[in-house]
Design a binder for this molecule. Structure first.
Ligand SMILES: *[C@@H]1O[C@H](CO)[C@@H](O)[C@H](O)[C@H]1NC(C)=O
Ligand SMILES: *[C@@H]1O[C@H](CO)[C@@H](O)[C@H](O)[C@H]1NC(C)=O
Ligand SMILES: *[C@@H]1O[C@H](CO)[C@@H](O)[C@H](O)[C@H]1NC(C)=O
Ligand SMILES: *[C@@H]1O[C@H](CO)[C@@H](O)[C@H](O)[C@H]1NC(C)=O
Ligand SMILES: *[C@@H]1O[C@H](CO)[C@@H](O)[C@H](O)[C@H]1NC(C)=O
Ligand SMILES: *[C@@H]1O[C@H](CO)[C@@H](O)[C@H](O)[C@H]1NC(C)=O
Ligand SMILES: *[C@@H]1O[C@H](CO)[C@@H](O)[C@H](O)[C@H]1NC(C)=O
Ligand SMILES: [Ca+2]
Length: 540
């Protein structure tokens, strides 16, 4: 009896059948130290290093979830043990080195692989902080430095230009797409070697990570079974310029509003438009109905503790033009603007220096102009004229849409292979305007049979009041990855994403279901803090 039970357990484990939710290693599995260098087409593997590491604890592990408080939720991870794998590769002719870091849980593998995306000019975060939480949840996970185009995510490395001052195309291609594909290839291959079984594969990213997810769906549609891609930095060449619009405005109007003045505009826009969606909950959900006029504040006093400012017409003009978005000297719209309700102080930050408020330039944007548009790292964006800016809007997509635009609307391979793309974008994203994502979505709908047919493989959600990858005032979607897994593996397509945040009015826990775009959450009466007081509808 005892003997046959043991035999049965042996049979089950040696066939790699999942027991108790965890997939066990199959008989073709190899030891961590014996994982072979994967074959990566178009690249040459320089090295593979592996090490078993036991009982790792981290207090600052990134969860990959958005949080009401800000971009990055961190948590403690305790006592995980992994096979840590680094694969370095290069592309003959490009003189580059791409480092890929894979963590494979030694116990409790859930049968899945997760590619973890980056942010700003960082393709990812090798070294463990980005992988530990996924591993603690049973995932094998990988991330890449994407060739290391930047060490900080803001300023680019000098080798973004070659020694002769040309654009380092190989490195740009690595960052844009190639290293993302290779991370999937390498991560899945080493997981398969180590466990003896091919994993299901998912991608998880926001901002640059969101762009990476869309790029994978467009260019490498077979790499992942499911892609979670939030707050995506699509149309990178042009949208990145638009992130600099507020800085340009402040410089050209020589007006640098303090965070307190910006807060007064944000509060007044919310006061004017909160109720238009049917419920005064401190959140503007119906942004299209909001016609706030910032000039209505001119002459009033913004007061924050001891600080007091009289709102000037110039400050109101800065805010009005942030909403409007960039225009040429002759008034043609260059790109979209930012909706009302925005946290301006994190989009157009100013700082207090020598008794006065000054611009706080954004290195991500400045380096895009310096290195890639002008190949002149010494160029001072602070002095840009509107004529120059208009030129940049023409040049940037002409030069770079093909490599990093992430705007190809043909997702037919992705769709036909049964892959799923889940995406949300905070309506008060203070870095990437939602119209950027809506523009892409409408392009895909135009190319691929309209809204409902696109919903079969690509679902999009716009949580009201939510900032860039989290933060802001509105309920932040939670559990997107679980929803994606259920969609891929059980076929249950999500119609809502569950969101939560402290109420901006009282701080009490507020829940809300974010509806599948273009549906909106209509208030039916009852407690506005409860998701059950709303239902998804065509209009407010
Ligand atoms: C892999 O690289 C990371 C840094 O990116 C390093 O912290 C880690 O020790 C390396 N692991 C192995 C097995 O070489
Ligand atoms: C794991 O590490 C913790 C401290 O980080 C320690 O208290 C514990 O004894 C370790 N467990 C094992 C099995 O080594
Ligand atoms: C990335 O580049 C920076 C600056 O050149 C350098 O300090 C850093 O060591 C590089 N990191 C890797 C992983 O190559
Ligand atoms: C805006 O409203 C918040 C409360 O939501 C408050 O803390 C802040 O002081 C207000 N800003 C101004 C300038 O009054
Ligand atoms: C977004 O696009 C819509 C439709 O074109 C437009 O009406 C709206 O003003 C745009 N919003 C912003 C903030 O630019
Ligand atoms: C602030 O004032 C100091 C002393 O006059 C000066 O050295 C410094 O450059 C000033 N900083 C800025 C940003 O103007
Ligand atoms: C908010 O309420 C939801 C639903 O009841 C619950 O799942 C969540 O844990 C609560 N969050 C907080 C911070 O209390
Ligand atoms: Ca409202």
């Amino acid at each position: 009896m005892a003997y046959s039970l043991l035999w049965l357990i042996y049979l089950i484990t040696s066939c790699g059948i999942a027991v108790g939710g965890a997939a066990l290693k199959s008989s073709t599995a190899v030891a961590c130290s014996a994982i072979p260098a994967p074959v990566v087409l178009g690249a040459k593997v320089i090295s593979i290093t592996t090490a078993e590491r036991y009982n790792i604890s981290l207090t600052n592990a990134r969860t990959g979830f958005a949080t009401p408080a800000g971009l990055e939720e961190v948590t403690s991870v305790e006592g995980i043990s992994v096979c840590d794998v680094n694969v370095s590769l290069t592309h003959p002719g490009d003189d580059d080195t791409v480092n890929i870091n894979v963590w494979l849980p030694l116990e409790g593998w859930n049968g899945r692989f997760q590619g973890v995306g980056g942010g700003g000019w960082l393709a990812g975060y090798p070294g463990g902080r980005a992988l530990a939480y996924a591993v603690s949840q049973g995932w094998a996970a990988a991330t890449t430095d994407g060739g290391n185009i930047s060490a900080s995510g803001g300023v680019l490395n000098p080798d973004a230009l070659t020694s002769s001052g040309d654009v380092n195309w190989g490195l740009l291609v690595d960052f844009s797409s190639r290293a993302l594909h290779e991370t999937a290839v390498v991560g899945k291959a080493v997981a398969q070697s180590f466990y003896g079984k091919a994993p299901r594969a998912y991608f998880n990213g926001c901002s640059t990570g969101g762009r990476q997810g869309y790029m994978l769906a467009q260019k490498y549609p077979l790499d992942y079974d499911g892609i979670l891609a939030n707050g995506p930095a699509l149309y990178w060449p042009t949208f990145t310029l638009t992130m600099n619009w507020a800085h340009f405005l402040m410089n050209s109007l020589k007006t640098y509003p303090s965070p307190c003045e910006y807060s007064a505009f944000q509060n007044a826009s919310i006061a004017a438009c909160d109720a238009l969606d049917g419920v005064s909950d401190g959140i503007i959900s119906d942004v299209a109905a909001c016609n706030f006029d910032p000039h209505s504040l001119v002459g009033t006093t913004a007061k924050c503790g001891e600080e007091e400012y009289t709102i000037t017409s110039a400050a109101a003009t800065v805010v009005a033009k942030i909403r409007e978005g960039p225009k040429t000297p002759w008034g043609t719209q260059l790109w979209d603007g930012m909706d009302w309700g925005m946290m301006y102080s994190s989009m157009a930050p100013t700082k207090f220096v020598n008794g006065t408020w000054v611009n706080q330039p954004d290195a991500i944007l400045d380096s895009w102009v310096q290195y890639f548009i002008l190949q002149d790292p010494s160029f001072d964006f602070e002095t840009t004229t509107l004529e120059q800016l208009t030129d940049f809007y023409a040049l940037a997509p002409a030069l770079y849409d093909g490599v990093i635009g992430t705007s190809n609307s043909d997702l037919s391979q992705f769709r036909d292979a049964g892959r799923k793309l889940l995406s949300w974008h905070g309506m008060n994203d203070e870095r990437i305007m939602i119209n950027n994502t809506i523009k892409y979505r409408l392009q895909v709908e135009g190319a691929m049979g309209g809204n409902e047919r696109v919903n079969d493989f690509y679902r999009l959600f716009f949580p009201p009041g939510v900032g860039h990858c989290g933060g802001g005032r509105g309920p932040v979607p939670r559990g997107g990855l679980d929803a994606l897994v259920a969609w891929v593996e059980e076929g249950t397509a999500p119609d809502v994403l569950f969101g939560e945040a402290p109420s901006p009015l009282t701080g009490a826990n507020m829940t809300r279901n974010v509806c599948l775009w273009p549906k909106v959450a209509r208030y039916n009466g009852g407690d506005p803090l409860l998701a059950s007081s709303f239902s998804c509808a065509d209009s407010f």
